[in-house]
Design a protein. Structure first.
Length: 56
């Protein structure tokens, strides 16, 4: 198992800049949905489930 580096800095009420080994991205939370600049989307669903996918 390898090591991962990831840092997250809050830049607004619902926005973050994420920095990792592969570069930087920005993410924004809109209600139960979080989207990032690399095309990732996360959605919190009822019952403790989470959907994770791509929009690009």
């Amino acid at each position: 198992m390898g090591f991962l580096f990831r840092s997250r800095k809050k830049v607004g009420k619902n926005s973050w800049i994420n920095v990792s080994k592969s570069g930087a991205s920005m993410s924004t939370k809109l209600g139960p949905v979080t989207v990032n600049s690399r095309g990732g989307v996360w959605m919190n669903l009822p019952g403790g489930f989470t959907y994770r996918g791509k929009w690009k």
